[in-house]
Design a protein around this ligand. Structure first.
Ligand SMILES: *Cc1c(COP(=O)(O)O)cnc(C)c1O
Length: 456
């Protein structure tokens, strides 16, 4: 299997090359050159554990990685999940389920991809013998998940910038209480945008980049999307036979990453009826799928902060397949979007895609209602999925975070204070972080003096 850029202006790569490269040199995102048909394998896959299924699935894509390496990367990635099913499907009533994706080390669904990606990086370092320095900026969950995917790994130092006072206290503890020498969390005096701008400048300093073998941690690595495909297949296979007709996945999303993975599995032959794109008040994707208009607006902070985004970076991968793999069309549409801030699509397949949006008041109401009706606690992101639920068929809502990550919103809505042992343990640990200005030179100096791996 080869991987192509959505913008079509660079050479195809193998799986391991595409994973190591991240963003394509032409600014595009890597996609598999074709999506294999899995429909004939489903009956056989029904018997597999989560890890076994993940291995069978990745064998179709990671064709230049030895099966043994792949197997050990996968085994290890899901060994730190605290539920034997890894992604348990929890029924609330017949035809309505929550797929709990928050049993990984940071209690959010990003662990599915970043635990595995960390191991793929490690395998790469072992093969090449070159240590790497990972640098990222985060407004919360991605940074924590990236840190936990890489902590303690030989050959890697990870530096994460976050806005001081701009992430939740629990998220900050997840980044600063790891106890690992190769993790360096940096509270930047400024906003997330300031941190992001400084990071871009550091990446723009090519000599520095080479000197420390700098690598990005971001939401666009192709392996992340593939890792997220697995739980859609797993969930479908866990449904009772009579509930497998007309299945709709309801996906709380901001960046389109999660729903893209589900849509790919449908294109591969998983018999899914449709996808509901559930946004918070930052509703660019809701507006897109209800009106056809892709239009940027300023971000308004919400109680589901991991979906507070302006431009859905993974949307470009959807666009590529929507435009039937024509990179010229992708470039034209993106250019018009960049120049005018909007693009109007003729429309999307309404049978496959529907959308909903929830503002903060609706999020609280859904948390309260689901707790009253089922005794089940939703986190604010998952709660977006319960707004305007489809009435027909089987509904599977993706539970993207553990409620204990957002105790104040939950307590305000239900009176219950949710807890999780992993988070309670964090409260006893000593945080370790550094304060820096969002100044690229200061960040480079800091990296050079804190790197634990020797770089040539
Ligand atoms: C990142 C995140 C999301 C949004 O994921 P997308 O990649 O935008 O689909 C939703 N919920 C939680 C808890 C997250 O951390």
């Amino acid at each position: 299997m080869r991987y192509l850029s959505t913008r079509g202006r660079c050479e195809p790569l193998s799986f391991t090359e595409a994973v190591a490269t991240g963003l394509a040199p032409d600014g595009g995102l890597y996609v598999p050159e074709s999506l294999p048909d899995i429909s004939g394998s489903l009956a056989q896959w029904a018997k597999l554990s989560y890890r076994e299924l993940c291995l069978e699935f990745f064998k179709l894509f990671a064709t230049d990685l030895g099966e043994q390496v792949l197997e050990s990367c996968i085994e290890d990635a899901y060994s730190r999940f605290d539920h034997p099913e890894i992604a348990p499907l929890v029924p609330l009533e017949p035809g309505l389920h929550v797929l709990e994706l928050f049993h990984g080390p940071t209690l959010a669904f990003k662990d599915f991809a970043l635990q595995l990606l960390g191991n793929l990086y490690e395998a790469q370092i072992q093969r090449s013998g070159n240590p790497i320095t990972v640098l990222g900026a985060t407004s919360g969950d991605t940074g924590a998940a990236a840190i936990h995917g890489l902590l303690g790994k030989p050959g890697v130092d990870i530096f994460i910038l976050y806005p001081r006072g701009g992430v939740s206290p629990l998220q900050e503890r997840q980044m600063t209480c790891t106890g690992a020498d190769n993790v360096h969390s940096i509270a930047v005096r400024g906003t997330f945008d300031d941190a992001q701008a400084a990071l871009k400048d550091v990446f723009g300093d090519l000599e520095f980049r080479r000197r420390v073998n700098l690598s990005a941690v971001n939401s666009i690595n192709m392996a992340r999307v593939l890792a997220q495909c697995v739980y859609y297949i797993y969930a479908w296979l866990r449904l009772p036979e009579q509930e497998r007709e007309q299945v709709t996945f309801i996906v709380p999303t901001g960046n389109f990453g999660n729903v893209l993975a589900g849509w790919w599995t449908r294109k591969m032959g998983l018999p899914v009826h449709g996808f509901r794109i559930a946004t918070n008040q930052n509703d660019i994707l809701y507006r897109l799928f209800t009106t056809g208009r892709y239009e940027m607006e300023p971000v308004r902070p919400s109680s589901a902060p991991s979906m507070d985004i302006q431009v859905a970076s993974n949307f470009e991968r959807f666009l590529y397949f929507h435009e039937k793999g024509d990179p010229g069309r992708v470039r034209d549409i993106l250019q018009q979007f960049r120049e005018t801030g909007s693009y109007h699509f003729g429309g999307f397949d309404r049978d496959v895609f529907s959308a909903s949006r929830a503002d903060d008041a609706m999020i609280r109401e859904r948390i309260r209602e689901v707790h009253r009706r089922y005794g089940y606690l939703l986190d604010p992101h998952t709660a977006c999925g319960f707004e305007d639920l489809p009435r027909e068929g089987t509904r599977i809502v993706l539970g993207t975070a553990h409620p204990a990550k957002f105790p104040d919103v939950i307590e305000g809505a239900t009176g219950v204070h949710p807890t999780a042992p992993a988070l309670e343990a964090l409260k006893k640990r000593t945080p370790r972080s550094h304060n820096l200005d969002p100044d690229p030179k200061a960040i480079e100096t800091f990296i050079l003096s804190h790197i634990t791996e020797s770089c040539p």
